[in-house]
Write a protein that binds this ligand. Structure first.
Ligand code: CP3
Length: 349
């Protein structure tokens, strides 16, 4: 109980609630991963799904960046795609190519066949990893899920995609199947988020990485109701909800209106403009371009400073990248960024 009370007062959770902080909190999307030598060493022995499905290993990977850098939150090591496996899709991570679904959805009958197991039935490995990690961690732990649209994109495209034409064509051409698919995904994502908070996560993030592929009116019509449903189910857990997407500069208010206490923003919009659109009832997370971490340190510091200056005096900013950290990112730049964000924001509140 005392640990929970102390956690509630950490700068990350205070910023999620738009309370004052001593310094701006920072964590990085995909902070555990291939840019870290410790992670690569484990990956020589185990494939990605084995790491994710073995709670002791998932816990160890979650803690790697926490031991290496002064970050304000951990994110449980998992992926957005295993929930699709639980629904009946065959998932593989192909070396050098990314995720592959062997039986992508092409028809209403395919959607009807999808099952919606409980998180305890299909994803107990991640819930166990959260329990294990919570017991070994002094800072808040973030649970997460893919949002219905981003999950539908993988389920229908069968993998990554440049234009997302299959998922968008399905959305336009098969309204009944689309509604059923998105309803099932919203239930699965919402209950998965809720279960992660019950297992010990202090905050939850909904990743709608590909929402920005849609026109705002299509987002509102075909996607927002289902993101809202997932976030409504998760909200019952009583922890802050982070709603993240990329390329969402033209639909930030729509994303906000679909739900979330914190809105995740990428670097394609500056934070002054994003804050003006979002208003003061939500916190903001972002938004350094992950590629900036490849620049010389002085340039990185300038860009980080610009972001902090844009958010200066506004309660409720969580420093992050605008999207996941990239594979060849220099480790030392990550360490210096975390320290710089704390030092600079503490001096310039
Ligand atoms: O943030 C963290 O540290 C937690 C772990 C995490 C992973 N994936 C581990 C991972 C999180 C939060 C994710 C989210 C995720 N996964 C998203 C949403 C965020 C985003 O980046 O848009 C998406 C779209 C996926 C799907 C996915 N997983 C792809 C497209 C790939 C292959 C591309 C890539 O970067 O390799 C993965 C694999 C994956 N998931 C890796 C990691 C660390 C790389 C795996 C490896 O080979 O070791």
């Amino acid at each position: 109980m005392t640990q929970l009370m102390t956690l509630e007062q950490t700068r990350f959770l205070r910023a999620c609630r738009r309370e004052t902080v001593d310094a701006t909190p920072i964590w990085l999307m995909r902070q555990a991963g291939r840019y870290m030598p410790e992670y690569r060493a484990l990956r020589e022995k185990y494939d990605l799904l084995t790491l994710i499905k073995t709670p002791e290993l998932a816990c160890e990977v979650t803690l790697q960046p926490i031991h290496a850098f002064d970050l304000d939150a951990a994110i449980i090591f998992a992926d957005i795609l295993p929930p699709l496996e639980g629904m009946g899709l065959k998932l593989e991570f192909v070396k050098g190519e990314g995720p592959l679904i062997h039986n992508p959805i092409t028809s209403l009958a395919d959607v009807e066949r999808l099952i919606t197991p409980t998180p305890e039935e299909a994803l107990s490995f991640t819930l166990d990893a959260i329990r294990l990690t919570r017991a070994q961690l002094q800072i808040p732990l973030i649970g997460f899920s893919g949002a219905p649209f981003t999950l539908a994109a993988y389920a229908i495209e069968g993998g990554g995609s440049k234009n997302h034409e299959k998922v968008k064509a399905f959305m336009y051409c098969e309204p009944q199947a689309w509604h059923l698919l998105m309803s099932k995904l919203a239930e699965v994502a919402g209950h998965y988020l809720y279960a992660q908070a019950q297992a010990g996560a202090q905050a939850l993030q909904l990743f709608d990485s590909w929402a920005g592929q849609l026109a705002p009116e299509d987002y509102r019509r075909y996607v927002a109701p289902y993101s809202r449903r997932a976030l409504e189910i998760a909200k019952a857990a009583g922890v802050p909800l982070i709603h993240f997407g990329t390329n969402t500069g033209g639909m930030l208010t729509d994303l906000r209106d679909a739900g979330g206490d914190v809105i995740g923003v990428d670097w394609r919009i500056n934070l002054t403009q994003a804050a003006a659109m979002l208003g003061d009832q939500v916190a903001i997370q972002g938004n350094l371009d992950p590629v900036v971490l490849f620049a010389p340190w002085d340039e990185i510091a300038l860009r980080a400073k610009a972001i902090l200056d844009q958010m200066r005096g506004r309660s409720g900013h969580i420093f992050n990248l605008g999207h996941g950290i990239l594979q060849h990112t220099p480790v030392d730049h990550v360490r210096r960024l975390a320290d710089f964000v704390h030092e600079y924001s503490e001096r310039n509140r």
